[in-house]
Design a protein around this ligand. Structure first.
Ligand code: F6R
Length: 605
């Protein structure tokens, strides 16, 4: 869960590396470093604890070069320190290496081959670079052969490496297994990156790499070799994204920008997946594969799992197909009994989450059909599933997911409508998805325009408490889980999302004078019950706040949401919760976009 960049053949290497690392900070931000070489015998290594801004301040004007590698780290092996920051280098200063992922057998390799080698860091990466050096010297191998020999010894669930050799200073050596890594093709130069976002200022043409391949990159050549040593020809694909989309413009934080973008994301999804008359435009083969299934299994982690909980209701109501939702890290190792004809839906904003990918690997081994719903074109889970639907939400940079969650739900609704129509469900036929998404977009706009009210509510309810509850029933409960996660991850308030009727079975003991309890009331069937449950907490001193659908509102409710179809109310009710979390984090002076201990793309299991 780190970010990797590289460049060869460009005199602006330092600038390209630093700009690229800044774009990859979402992948990790506890330490960072670059190594550059100017091809004339000068090279520089700069490493630091902290963010890329710290690294920038340490890169003095004399640091220059045309080939280099860089890394932003999210610690897995070893504490956060300069010594553990990448690039790591061999003791004779010949090889420099950056790495994303985990090498499971690094201790064994260290004991077996490197017992006489002094180490500077506690990382698995340093073991790899020292091994490369050892094989180069002892077996008289060139850099690529030593790299290949080392790779053949590694055991790791996922990794990506980018290496330089001072004896071939214009060459980058690349290898990956499961971890994302792309090569960007420039005019007279080439780049490497964990995510195309990092290099959009340099190129829009990227080559994807397959597991097991080793690539040698010079300024004018990208030589790909497969696991059997054969040369591979591959055409670049075009990334159709504007570099400006990755900037936050005048917004103080990406999260606020991304919350504000949600109405447009709804419109974009309607434009992409619905005809003018509102008919879903989804690949017939995908619908046929889903129709053939006797049960849907939605798999995801964190926010994506929460979007799956809402999806269950959509698929069961609109398409009448039994649907289960699973946390990927659990499913991967405790697979439940499956139905006879399962169909898997992977929800993943990044398309790279290792836990979800582990499930997909098993699903593919078993030969079951699958769909990945993701925001990232060509991501690992997208490539490896049978079908892909893209969220078209634009890059989501803030660690706390917002627009990807609502995009996932909206796309699930479109898909459920398409499936329900295919199977002749009356509910689906009567569900005017185009009109509903239009209402949702307008409703979202009305909520994001109420920022002052939400900041005030955050002040009144959340700023002074170190705990909070979000409660609701049915899909209101599903939104409670997401609301609590948002508050926890960026404001560090201990928050619980709870099924409101379940509180009285134990957890209500935690309610004391002033505990904030926020109730979602958007479903007619359960509105009265949730209100009673809120009363029960008030009787124990809770400070309650209601987020209520207009047609269910009564006097005294705090936040009134515009009415849309009940099944789509989560698309609106989550927005105030996103903003409550945002303002609580902001007014506590925290880094909203980069909360502690977290990174955006979780590529370790
Ligand atoms: C929370 C958040 C995470 C992700 C989770 C899965 O705001 O973003 O909970 O949802 O790490 O990531 P993806 O969706 O990329 O698989």
């Amino acid at each position: 869960m780190c970010g990797i960049v590289g460049v060869t053949g460009n005199d602006n290497a330092v600038k390209i590396l630093l700009n690229g690392l800044e774009k990859l900070e979402y992948r990790g931000y506890d330490s960072a470093g670059i190594y550059v070489n100017d091809q004339k015998g000068q090279d520089y290594l700069v490493k630091t604890k902290g963010r890329i801004s710290e690294l920038r301040s340490k890169v003095t004007p004399d640091v220059h070069g045309s080939t280099g590698i860089g890394h932003t780290r999210w610690a897995t092996h070893g504490v956060v320190s300069v010594a553990n920051a990448h690039p790591h280098f061999s003791n004779d200063d010949r090889f420099y290496l950056v790495h994303n992922g985990v090498i499971d057998n690094f201790q064994e390799l260290k004991a077996k081959y490197l017992s006489d080698v002094p180490f500077r860091s506690q990382t698995d990466t340093e073991v790899v670079v020292q091994l490369i050096d050892k094989f180069a010297i002892e077996d008289n191998l060139d850099a690529k052969a030593a790299f290949l020999k080392t790779l053949s010894l590694l055991k790791g669930s996922s990794y990506a490496f980018l290496m330089m050799d001072r004896e071939q200073p214009d060459t980058l050596f690349v290898a990956k297994n499961k971890s994302p890594l792309l090569i960007g093709v420039g005019d007279g130069f080439n780049v490497v990156c964990s995510d195309a976002l990092a290099m959009l200022k340099e190129t829009h043409n990227f080559l994807e790499l397959m597991d097991g391949e080793v690539v040698t990159i010079t300024p004018d050549k990208v030589a790909i070799q497969d696991a059997d040593g054969n040369a591979v020809e591959r055409k670049p694909f075009h990334v159709d994204m504007n570099a400006d989309e990755t900037d936050k413009g005048t917004y103080p934080f990406y999260m606020l920008k991304e919350v504000d973008e949600q109405p447009n994301v709804m419109r974009k999804l309607a434009q992409t997946y619905l005809s003018e008359h509102g008919e879903p435009q989804i690949d017939d083969k995908l619908i046929a594969a889903m129709e053939a299934a006797d049960r849907l299994y939605i798999v995801g982690a964190g926010t994506s799992y929460h979007a799956g909980l809402v999806g269950k209701r959509l698929f069961e109501n609109l398409a009448h197909i039994p649907t289960e939702v699973h946390v990927s890290s659990e499913f991967a190792y405790e697979q439940p009994m499956l139905s006879k004809k399962p169909f898997f839906i992977f929800l993943t904003q990044s398309g790279e989450t290792a836990d979800s990918r582990e499930v997909l690997v098993n699903v593919n081994d078993a030969g079951y059909p699958s769909l990945t719903i993701t925001n990232v074109q060509n991501s690992t889970l997208s490539r490896e599933a049978t079908y892909t639907l893209l969220l078209h939400a634009g890059p989501e940079i803030a660690v706390a997911s917002t627009k990807a969650y609502t995009a996932q739900i909206a796309l699930e609704a479109i898909l459920a409508k398409a499936l329900g129509e295919a199977t002749g469900q009356i509910v689906a036929q009567n569900f005017n998805i185009r009109q509903q998404l239009g209402l949702v977009a307008t409703g979202m706009q009305a909520i994001v325009d109420e920022k002052d009210t939400l900041e005030q509510l955050s002040n009144d309810y959340l700023m002074k408490s170190n705990k909070a509850f979000y409660i609701g029933r049915g899909i209101d409960h599903a939104v409670s889980l997401e609301a609590a996660l948002k508050l926890k991850e960026i404001s560090y308030v201990q928050a619980e999302g709870f099924a409101s009727g379940e509180l009285k079975h134990g957890t209500i003991a935690l309610i004391e004078k002033g505990t904030p309890v926020i109730g979602f009331i958007t479903q007619a069937k359960t509105a009265g019950l949730t209100r009673s449950n809120l009363q029960e907490t008030m009787a124990r001193g809770a400070k309650t706040l209601t987020i209520v659908r207009e047609s269910l509102a009564i006097e005294g409710d705090n936040l009134i949401l515009p009415d849309v179809d009940e099944m789509l109310m989560p698309l609106l009710s989550v927005v105030p919760a996103q903003l409550l979390a945002y303002y609580t984090s902001l007014n506590k002076g925290l880094d909203v976009d980069k909360p502690r201990n977290l990174a955006k793309s979780v590529t370790v299991e």
